[in-house]
Design a protein around this ligand. Structure first.
Ligand code: ADP
Length: 181
C-alpha cells in the first residue's frame, strides 16, 4: 500500500546502489538518457553542496553530513522522477523509493576496475570485501521491503544493456499501474 507522499509522485524514484566500481554511474547515465528521468549522483551533489564534513584518513574518503544532504533533496524526491546513484542506501528515507536495484560484479572484475581507478591498500581491500560479503545487498534488504529490492549483474556491456532494458520494463509497468494518480 502506497503512502500519501508516494501517491502524489508523477514518476517513480529509483535507487541504483552497490559497491564502488560496480557500474552505477555508467548505468545511471545511460538510463537517464533513455528514460528522461533525473540522475542524482549523490557523491557529486554532496560535494557541490558542502555536505562533506571531514576527511576519514583510514578509509581515504570524506564523511557525509547526512541530515544536510537529505534535507536538501527532500523536495525533488517528493516530486519523483529521480534515479539516485549512491554506494549505500540505509540512511535514505524508505518512503523515497519505489524500487531498488543493487548492482553486482565478480571480485576479479571489481578488483581490475578499482585498481584502474587508482584504489590501493585498505581502500581497495575494503571495497572488495564489501562485494564479497554482499554488504550493500544485505543493507538494502534490511532497509526496504524485500520485494522492491532487485540484484542485477553488472559485469559486461551485455549485462549493462540487459539491465537498462529490465529497468525500462519496470518503469513501463509502474506508469501503467499508476496512470490514474
Ligand atoms: N556492465 C559493465 N561492463 C563493463 N564495464 C563496465 C560496466 N559497468 C561499468 N563498467 C566500467 O567499470 C568502471 C566503473 O564503473 P562506474 O560506473 O564508474 O562504477 P560506480 O559508479 O559504481 O563506481 C568504469 O570504467 C566503467 O566503464
Amino acid at each position: 500500500m502506497q503512502n500519501n507522499q508516494q501517491m502524489k509522485r508523477e514518476a517513480p524514484n529509483i535507487l541504483i546502489t552497490g559497491t564502488p566500481g560496480v557500474g552505477k554511474s555508467t548505468l545511471c547515465q545511460q538510463l537517464s538518457e533513455v528514460t528522461g528521468l533525473r540522475w542524482l549522483e549523490i557523491s557529486k551533489i554532496a560535494k557541490d553542496n558542502n555536505c562533506l564534513e571531514e576527511y576519514d584518513e583510514v578509509y581515504q574518503c570524506p564523511v557525509l553530513d547526512e541530515d544536510k544532504l537529505l534535507d536538501g533533496l527532500e523536495k525533488v524526491m517528493c516530486q519523483g522522477g529521480n534515479i539516485v546513484d549512491y554506494h549505500g542506501c540505509e540512511f535514505f528515507p524508505e518512503r523515497w523509493f519505489d524500487v531498488i536495484f543493487v548492482l553486482r560484479t565478480d571480485n576479479t572484475t571489481l578488483y581490475d576496475r578499482l585498481v584502474s581507478r587508482g584504489y590501493s591498500g585498505k581502500k581497495l581491500e575494503d571495497n572488495i570485501d564489501c562485494e564479497i560479503f554482499q554488504t550493500i545487498l544485505e543493507e538494502a534488504k534490511a532497509s526496504y521491503k524485500e520485494n522492491i529490492v532487485h540484484e542485477l549483474n553488472s559485469r559486461t556491456p551485455e549485462e549493462l544493456q540487459a539491465n537498462i532494458n529490465r529497468i525500462c520494463l519496470w518503469l513501463q509497468e509502474w506508469f501503467h499501474d499508476n496512470q490514474n494518480i
